[in-house]
Design a protein around this ligand. Structure first.
Ligand SMILES: Cc1cc2nc3c(=O)[nH]c(=O)nc-3n(C[C@H](O)[C@H](O)[C@H](O)COP(=O)(O)OP(=O)(O)OC[C@H]3O[C@@H](n4cnc5c(N)ncnc54)[C@H](O)[C@@H]3O)c2cc1C
Ligand code: FES
Length: 255
């Protein structure tokens, strides 16, 4: 894992919904080394722990990274107050990222809420071989639809209240799709149901997990998670061994 700490200038900032913000930073070599599905650990002045935020888009030509985040507490509230021209202290790229394999395969990207942004850069690699199935609470919380579509990716949306697209959960929308591989990120109940579906279909499936983090680089036990390999269970780190895992290696107990 090759990561760096860098002072990154905010080059663009937008508000996507009532509580979701979109910032782009100038990130030099970090942008050149980043992979889809990796994350950044962002320093928030006055807070001891950095905040982990996934890389939403990588622009290697402009050497920029895009982050899309939701206000959840004080740290993300402060991040949302960042202005264009401000400088963020960023430790990145962290984690393993998605293993894309052959991008000529048919891929389905399943995202729930703020779990959608980490999927965009990976889906772009598959272009029109990708379908994004994304779920939100309601119409006003939908994000990134046009970003997928402008990259040739078909988007299917489900909302909890039926105010847009399919009234129900994302997994309802998978039934009629033809695909070879699933990439997913979102709340735990959604991930569990995507994994059950992958098992039933016998499909390859990679999921991105969230865990509270301290160091972000595998040096503490802040993000321990139970994993399985060759029938044996052991503890790994979401920050270093993940955040992306083959669904078969995740032990859900306690989650
Ligand atoms: C690998 C990874 C990628 C993520 N990517 C994104 C993203 O792209 N967009 C986005 O909006 N959110 C993302 N999150 C969640 C984001 O890190 C938390 O919402 C954020 O840290 C909350 O900080 P806070 O100070 O606003 O909230 P508080 O609740 O005040 O935070 C208190 C502490 O708990 C930690 N914490 C709280 N909630 C979470 C959480 N869900 N996951 C991890 N740590 C948490 C904080 O980092 C902080 O150390 C990601 C989390 C992980 C682990
Ligand atoms: S956050 Fe320290 S080991 Fe993962």
């Amino acid at each position: 894992m090759k990561y760096d700490v860098m002072l990154c200038k905010v080059t663009d900032k937008k508000q996507l919904t009532a509580d979701v913000f979109d910032i782009t930073v100038s990130a030099g070599d970090i942008a050149l080394n980043a992979k889809p599905g990796q994350f950044a650990h962002i320093y928030i002045p006055g807070k001891t722990l950095r905040r982990p935020i996934s890389i939403c888009e990588i622009n290697r030509k402009e050497q920029t990274l895009r982050f899309v985040f939701q206000i959840r507490g004080e740290g993300t509230q402060m991040l949302a107050e960042t202005k264009r021209g401000d400088v963020l202290n960023i430790l990145a790229p962290l984690g393993n990222g998605f293993d894309l394999g052959d991008t000529n395969r048919k891929a389905v990207f399943v995202g729930g809420g703020i779990g959608v942004p980490p999927l965009l850069e990976a889906a772009k690699a598959f272009g029109n071989n990708a379908v994004a199935v994304t779920g939100f609470r309601n119409k006003s919380s939908i994000i990134l639809k046009e970003d997928f579509e402008s990259n040739g990716i078909k988007v299917i949306i489900a909302t909890d209240d039926g105010s847009y697209g399919h009234h129900g959960v994302v997994t309802d929308c998978l039934e009629d799709l033809d695909f070879d591989v699933i990439f997913a990120c979102g709340p735990t109940p959604m991930l569990k149901s995507v994994c059950n579906y992958a098992e039933k279909r016998g499909a390859e499936c990679q999921i991105s997990l969230e865990e509270r983090m301290a160091c972000g680089i595998g040096a503490c036990l802040g993000c321990a998670c139970k994993l399985r390999k060759d029938g044996r269970e052991y503890y790994g780190h979401v920050c270093k061994d993940g955040p992306v895992f083959d669904y078969k290696s995740v032990v859900w107990e306690g989650r």
